[in-house]
Design a protein around this ligand. Structure first.
Ligand code: ZN
Length: 479
């Protein structure tokens, strides 16, 4: 989603925009879409957002704009980003609806899903509230002058899709069977699902058979015929190319290398948000070769660049200087190598582990895909845990942890409380430098900004500037 944040990474954000398809249909666009149907007497929400904080924003927006009760909240499939806000709509009186497999998967696939997402840096929060009405048992849902027909879709990203069809408006909600605007994520990389064979192509034919005026996708802009054709073209390309390399006897690393090398310009031009060509190769590969456990994430080469440094002086400061000059010279691989080298030579120094985490977070900024960034987040989190095992009161490590959680919440519109707790704990350490104090004040400001408390946020940024006038992010945040 293009936003002013692209220019200023700390600017106040708008979480979700309501796009009208017609007077009676809208899509709340965010990292995931919720489709809204507004009947004469009630509203239905299809997919309930990625976290409860966003679901509350959406609920408030619908209340302000339409002043009608949300009577139904429907999940198109079990994935966390489509179900996490369920309780927020149930609290408002909505009946939660999904098919039986979706409800089953929301429980049975949850542990593996959570483990995977935690490894990508996502804090899933409370488990989603389970739907109590099964789509199989529903007749058309009546919103007053508008009806919704729920049907079981052919397997695509998951095997449990529910399609939601509104005949009066000729709108089809396709869930993650259709993704537009960025490289698709072809199934959750820790599950046995997704682009395994030609099934997804059949699912697209089924979507087309509705002859809808608008197809609302799980992610990305509302789809027309051309957008469906692009998705089909991507799917066909990866199915064909990966099968070709496999048939030629290449192994997985060789196939990834070859395909990443020969990606045509029209695929390279697709922005990456979640999915990447590499994940697509792995996904198709997992349909050809038994990989030992569900999913293919465990076979993905790390996105972290690393190059071992030459000899470096005998104290930690020399390693820190080498790391910083590598960063300043734009050599991220060498910076990671130096920072990691320091943790090998000084494994009992929390400062070494904290610096490694800081370098990894910096490296993550040059990786587009949220899932690929997770390689850095996961390694950074482990480094910080190590620092805090050595010294649980080590302020700089607590600051890093707090910064990480607050900035994740800021980007995803989530609740920043966990990050704020770490920042408050960091302040207890009396070894902090003025720069550390500036950073703590600044990230507390970002937490306030995430919650929409602009006055409190600006007070924190001013505090940060007082603590260290050279700390630029505080100045940027105040613009
Ligand atoms: Zn999704």
């Amino acid at each position: 989603m293009p936003s002013p944040a692209a220019a200023n990474p700390f600017a106040p954000r708008v979480y979700g925009t309501l796009e009208r398809l017609s007077p009676r249909v809208a899509v709340w666009r965010n990292i995931v879409n919720s489709t809204i149907f507004i009947g004469d007497h009630s509203i239905a929400v299809v997919d309930t957002q990625v976290n409860q904080a966003l679901a509350k924003r959406l609920r408030q927006r619908l209340q302000d704009e339409f002043r009608k009760p949300v009577r139904f909240a429907i999940n198109t499939h079990y994935h966390w980003d489509h179900t996490n806000g369920n309780s927020v709509f149930a609290e408002a009186g909505a009946t939660l609806i999904a098919n039986r497999d979706t409800v089953d998967f929301m429980v049975s696939k949850a542990p593996r899903q959570k483990q995977f997402l935690a490894s990508r840096g996502f804090d899933l929060g409370p488990d989603p509230l389970l739907p109590t009405v099964m789509a199989e048992d529903c007749g058309p849902l009546d919103l007053g002058g508008l009806t919704l027909h729920l049907s079981r879709g052919a397997p695509a990203e998951t095997v449990d899709p529910t399609l939601v069809w509104c005949p009066e408006e000729r709108v089809l909600v396709a869930g993650d069977t259709v993704m537009t605007g960025s490289f698709p994520i072809f199934g959750q990389p820790s599950q046995r699902e997704g682009l395994e064979n030609d099934g997804w192509l059949a699912a697209l034919d089924e979507v087309r058979s509705f002859a809808a005026l608008h197809v609302s996708p799980g992610h990305g802009p509302v789809a027309d015929v051309a957008a469906l054709a692009v998705l089909e073209r991507i799917i066909r390309w990866f199915l064909t190319e990966v099968r070709r390399h496999h048939a030629a006897g290449r192994d997985l690393p060789a196939t990834i290398a070859a395909i990443e090398h020969e990606l045509p310009p029209w695929i390279r031009a697709i922005p990456e948000v979640w999915g990447t060509p590499r994940y697509a190769v792995l996904r198709v590969w997992a349909g050809l070769v038994q990989l030992g456990e569900p999913g293919w994430h465990h076979c993905k080469p790390s996105a972290i660049p690393e190059q071992k440094p030459g000899s470096i002086g005998a104290d930690l400061a020399a390693w820190r200087d080498a790391t910083n000059s590598a960063l300043e010279g734009g050599d991220q691989a060498l910076a990671v190598g130096c920072a990691r080298g320091a943790t090998v030579v000084f494994p009992d120094q929390p400062a070494a582990w904290t610096q490694l985490a800081a370098v990894l977070i910096q490296v993550s900024r040059s990786i587009a895909s949220v899932l690929e960034k997770g390689d850095c987040f996961d390694a950074a989190r482990r480094a910080l845990n190590r620092a805090l095992t050595i010294d649980p009161a080590y302020g700089p490590a607590l600051l890093q942890l707090g910064q990480f959680h607050v900035m994740m919440a800021y980007r995803n519109g989530d609740d920043p409380t966990v990050g704020e707790r770490h920042l408050a704990a960091a302040l207890e350490d009396d070894r902090l430098t003025p720069r550390h104090r500036a950073e703590i004040a600044f990230y507390r400001g970002m937490a306030e900004r995430t919650k929409g408390n602009e006055t409190a946020a600006r007070q924190r940024y001013a505090q940060a500037q007082q603590a260290d006038p050279t700390f630029m992010p505080a100045r940027l945040a105040l613009l």
